[in-house]
Design a protein around this ligand. Structure first.
Ligand code: NAD
Ligand code: ZN
Length: 342
């Protein structure tokens, strides 16, 4: 089968013919239809320090996908060939304290699809049945392909109640963008989104931000005045991984505010801890998705009319993956989709 393989320890990805995966009794075999390119895939493509330490070569990468089940193991009795499914990208150990208690998102021995084990940028992928989420046949398949990052957005956005609250989202990458309709749906009042990239700020406006702000031009204190806010933002969603954004967020929160942090800083960063203490802020780190509460919420929100599809700005056939990665690297995109159907 065809797959996008990190076959050499250097910058790039290669479309290669590799062996089809075989399945064990608890596994499901899926024919991949559409995949999303994630920032993680770009790190692997670029072969940065993290990728060099983490990725075994050779390996097919990718973890955002939708596909159709073509075969199930003999122990699998609630998934069937023909089901339209996505895969949860974190394969958990099932035996640690958190897994046994049903808190699988807190598993300390997680293996990442397309990171530590073969990925979804391939015609076929095999996954344990415990990692499969079945979609309604009517779902928009490109939207289903990005349930994994949508899940990051939903997990973060719903970490704290937002009904009637003023929400600050720092970082209008695909995940920050998808968080906008979620907090809107959950009843937020003002939803202010920051970035320093005009293309992405425009996308944030399109997705329903009250204001999309380039903080290199307009400070958040000014934005608060403009919106008639007096005491700061109530809930912060950090989705940039940028230290300046985090510092701006902490400086503009109300007393007692809550911050959910998804963005991954490239290295340790300093913040003004005095503001955290004196203003009694709560900061919660977010990793992955809750299995499967986040997936349930995503499905129900899509059924209720939450529309994340405008985040998808570019589409390519898998043979044109290079153009897809180039587009991602340019920063002039929302989510980029690769089509594996022909
Ligand atoms: P992305 O890199 O596409 O988006 C980050 C955005 O932040 C970019 O648009 C960038 O222009 C913007 N930015 C840079 N400096 C800024 C500043 N000073 N103020 C405001 N915005 C600024 O990433 P993404 O795919 O949308 O993911 C968002 C973040 O979440 C990334 O840091 C990613 O590594 C992280 N992530 C975490 C998890 C997890 O499980 N914790 C999962 C997926 C992604
Ligand atoms: Zn575990």
């Amino acid at each position: 089968m065809k797959a996008l393989v990190k076959s050499r320890a250097e910058r790039g990805l290669w479309l290669e013919e590799i062996a089809e995966p075989t399945i064990g009794i608890n596994d499901v075999l899926i024919r991949v239809r559409y995949t999303g390119i994630c920032g993680t895939d770009v790190h692997i493509y670029q072969w940065d320090e993290w990728a060099q330490k983490t990725i075994p070569v050779p390996m097919a990468i990718g973890h955002e996908f939708v596909g159709e089940i073509v075969e199930v193991g003999s122990n699998v009795n609630d998934f069937y060939p023909g089901d339209i499914v996505s895969g949860e990208g974190h394969v958990t150990c099932g035996r640690c304290r958190n897994c046994l208690a049903g808190r699988r998102h807190l598993c300390a021995a997680t293996s990442g699809v397309g990171v530590n084990r073969p990925g979804a940028f391939a015609e076929l992928i095999a996954l344990p049945m415990t990692n499969i989420w079945r979609h309604d046949h009517g779902i928009h398949q490109e939207v289903a392909a990005i349930f994994d990052p949508f899940g990051n957005a939903v997990h973060t956005a719903l970490s704290f109640p937002v009904l009637g609250e003023d929400v600050l989202i720092t970082g209008a990458g695909p995940i920050g963008i998808m968080a906008i309709p979620v907090v809107r749906h959950a009843g937020a009042r003002h939803v202010v989104v920051t970035d320093i990239n005009p293309f992405r700020l425009e996308l944030a406006r399109k997705m329903g931000a009250t204001l999309a702000v380039n903080t290199q031009q307009t400070p958040l204190a000014e934005v608060q005045k403009q919106l008639g806010m007096r005491e700061g933002f109530d809930v912060g969603l950090e989705m940039s991984g940028n230290p300046v954004a985090m510092q701006e967020m902490i400086a503009n929160m109300s007393h007692g505010a809550k911050i959910a942090m998804l963005g991954i800083p490239a290295k340790p960063m300093s913040v003004d801890w005095r503001a955290v203490i004196f203003n009694m802020l709560t900061i919660k780190g977010i990793y992955g998705r809750e299995m499967y509460e986040t997936w349930y919420k995503m499905t129900v929100m899509i059924e209720s009319g939450v529309d994340i599809s405008p985040v998808i700005t570019h589409r390519y056939g898998y043979q044109d993956f290079q153009a897809g990665f180039d587009a991602m690297i340019s920063g002039q995109t929302g989510k980029v989709i690769l089509d594996w159907t022909h």
